[in-house]
Write a protein that binds this ligand. Sequence first.
Ligand SMILES: NC(=O)c1ccc[n+]([C@@H]2O[C@H](COP(=O)([O-])OP(=O)(O)OC[C@H]3O[C@@H](n4cnc5c(N)ncnc54)[C@H](OP(=O)(O)O)[C@@H]3O)[C@@H](O)[C@H]2O)c1
Length: 234
Amino acid sequence: MKRICIIGISGKLGQYMTEHALAQGYEVVGVCRPESVGKLERFKGRITVLPGRTDDADVVARAVKGCDGVLTVLAPWGFTNYASGTARAVLENAEAHARLIFSCGWHITKDGKDRYSLRQRFIYALFTFLGRATRMADISDQVRATDLIFASNRNWTVVRGSNLEEGASEGLPVWARHVGDPILASNLTRRSDFALFMVAALTDPALIREAPAITGVNSPSARLASPVRMAASC
Ligand SMILES: NC(=O)c1ccc[n+]([C@@H]2O[C@H](COP(=O)([O-])OP(=O)(O)OC[C@H]3O[C@@H](n4cnc5c(N)ncnc54)[C@H](OP(=O)(O)O)[C@@H]3O)[C@@H](O)[C@H]2O)c1
């Protein structure tokens, strides 16, 4: 895999993914809103940027042409179906063989088997309410976006991020199929490591058509659970 595309490249996650992808020798093409191109100044000369909304199918089609992988940030901003439009543009225009990796949060569920705490349910409900009341974010559109992806027969992975923090990389996060797995209890990942997981998923066939929920490899729950898992698999 040589050439990849990052859809939503100018955000925090997008920029971390760009750093990791360049460090791993990928040729990087990116799409971001025209007003955000300036945020990518430090990558000038090392990446190709196509300005445009990430739900603009024409821009996305040009950007993903010839790419072996596409990393997409699903952002639920506004009430214009931005996240589902972005997912559709990628699913319909990416090369047939391309690995398609999408970002979202733990609130997304693939099979309804995730187990959320009361606190998590309250927070998601609050965000949904506030997003709707202010017309700033449509959480249900991120759900529609991932429903489109889950129904697709493409080689997708939906990476579900925990709460995020800034800070130096701790390494590749651990993951589980379902929220509620004890390994995820710490619910905290470095944003740089979320990006690292997205880039690593490009070449991990075990993640095809999976929706891994992640947490930091150095988080207490991951450290507690890992030796048990290793012993159990011996
Ligand atoms: N934040 C968290 O705590 C958290 C937790 C778990 C998972 N996640 C997931 O992580 C991913 C990245 O989220 P993030 O919070 O870390 O933010 P981020 O990386 O900064 O990404 C935000 C994205 O949304 C775009 N955006 C911002 N305002 C917009 C608007 N009004 N209209 C259209 N696009 C807009 C940004 O583009 P511009 O550069 O053009 O502004 C950028 O591509 C998302 O998929 C999110 O669901 C986040």
